[in-house]
Design a protein around this ligand. Structure first.
Ligand code: UDP
Length: 453
């Protein structure tokens, strides 16, 4: 389309959900699509809004979500938080799109050829339906986790919940290799968990699903999901490598001082500890983590997000004498430039909550992992890291400093650690080949673009 000699490109409207782990892959997808010749609009909530100056080529449309400072997932529950955002944003998204369609008819705006929305922003699907715009959902999590969420109502009907302790280590029927303790509970009771998955696993009228994953990592689950959903799949991950976007997608300010500290450490000596953007821990977990790290003898870079330790602002609950004990061997930040950290040669292992973005970032850098999953998709991912890909170790459920120390020593030392490191490098190389010309993710992204062009 041409207007006043200027080419007006086809446009996609992307509707992210305002959690860090959901926002980041959506922005990265936008950058990848934009590089392929599509124009991109990000219609986003005001809560956790992305910084437009980081993405000068995108159009941004804020949607007033009317959340108050008390409307946090912690205060009102994740399910209510999701519902409130959807209820409050739907009419504005519709109004915005109607306006754009009018401008499009006047030739002043690129044709809106599709809406891509996060599975938690399902109001976008309702709007797309009403306006007859093709829509597609993006799943920002591990697809095997989605398969597990679909199985939860069946397991409930078969009487497995509430889980008995004696069942925790047992394999779940039809979900190999997951054990009952790996099932994706949301952190609330089983009714809340099921209500959440009723929303997120419903495809509604989406014409396809975009997955931020790589085919070979999930060859057991993707065919089963395909049978379930019966729409085209685009497995375009890992999205942080798909585009050449260098802008930060962080909602918090990155503390880059840690890079200088890393430069001073020996190759593969540092354990990087980060539990993502949402996990909260209690004072006991903080204490055991601190002494476990101290006793391991390794240097460590530890992200402690302000507010992430229940009952404290930031570091007040660190045990007495800890900082003096570890001295220069420890570097603590509020938020790290994680992708740069994982790519640094000094980092020899990643202690993670096994969020999917963190895991993909680690896989792409060939780093062995220490798994401390909490809820939702994390236990499923942790099982794959430790049991299927064999590139990491799970911390025991009974978490204490001795277990932390011995797990770090196993991860860094001896034949077991060496083999995990070798396998992690193999996976990194396989991912690289999936992303290069002719590889599965490379082809999938091109197919996705063709779908819209
Ligand atoms: N992250 C970061 N700096 C930190 C901690 C995390 O940039 O100090 C980023 C990390 O790179 C990842 C995201 O935050 O992209 C966390 O997403 P993930 O899916 O791993 O976990 P969630 O926060 O959703 O639990």
């Amino acid at each position: 389309m041409e207007t006043q000699g200027k080419k007006v490109q086809k446009r996609l409207v992307l509707v992210p959900f305002p959690f860090q782990g959901h926002m980041t892959p959506m922005l990265q997808l936008g950058a990848a699509l934009e590089q392929k010749g599509l124009s991109v609009t990000i219609a986003h909530t005001c809560h956790n809004a992305p910084d437009p100056s980081q993405y000068p080529r995108f159009e941004f449309r804020p949607l007033a979500d009317n959340l108050t400072s008390l409307d946090t997932p912690k205060n009102i529950g994740v399910l209510n938080f999701i519902k409130k955002i959807n209820t409050n944003c739907e009419a504005q998204l519709q109004e915005f799109l109607v306006q754009k369609i009018e401008q499009e008819q006047e030739g002043a705006y690129g044709q809106v050829v599709g809406i891509i929305y996060d599975t938690l922003m399902f109001c976008a699907e309702a709007v797309a339906d009403k306006l007859k715009i093709p829509s597609m959902v993006i799943r920002t999590s591990f697809s095997t986790y989605v398969l597990a969420t679909i199985a939860m109502p069946r397991l409930q009907a078969e009487g497995y919940f509430p889980l008995q302790d004696s069942m925790l280590e047992e394999l779940v029927p039809e979900l190999y290799p997951l054990r009952f303790k790996d099932l994706p509970f949301s952190g609330g009771n089983i009714e809340e968990t099921l209500a959440l998955y009723a929303i997120t696993s419903n495809l509604r009228s989406s014409s396809a699903i975009i997955w931020n994953t790589v085919d070979f990592l999930e060859h057991l689950s993707l065919p089963r999901l395909q049978q379930h959903y019966k729409v085209p799949f685009f497995t375009v991950g890992p999205l942080h490598k798909t585009s050449s976007m260098s802008s930060s997608t962080s909602l918090l300010e990155e503390d880059k001082t840690c890079m200088e500290w890393l430069d001073k450490q020996a190759t593969n000596s540092v354990i990087y500890v980060s539990l993502g953007s949402l996990v909260l821990i209690d004072a006991e977990e903080l204490t055991e983590t601190a002494w476990g790290l101290a006793n391991s003898g390794h240097p460590f870079l530890w992200v402690i997000r302000p507010g992430s330790v229940i009952g404290s602002e930031w570091l007040e609950l660190l045990p007495e004498g800890f900082i003096e004990n570890v001295g220069e061997r420890c570097h603590i930040v509020k938020w790290a430039p994680q992708k740069l950290v994982l790519a640094h040669k000094a980092v020899g292992g990643f202690w993670s909550h096994c969020g999917w973005n963190s895991t993909l970032e680690s896989l792409c850098e060939g780093k062995p992992m220490m798994c401390r999953p909490f809820y939702v998709d994390q236990p499923v991912v942790s099982r794959f890291i430790s049991y299927v890909w064999k590139i990491g170790l799970e911390l025991e459920t009974k978490f204490d400093r001795r277990n932390v120390e011995s797990t770090i020593r196993r991860l860094f030392g001896g034949k077991e650690g060496e083999e995990m490191r070798e396998r992690a490098i193999e996976i990194k190389e396989k991912i690289e080949s999936c992303m290069s010309a002719g590889g599965s993710s490379f082809n999938s992204l091109n197919n996705l673009v063709d779908f819209f062009l």
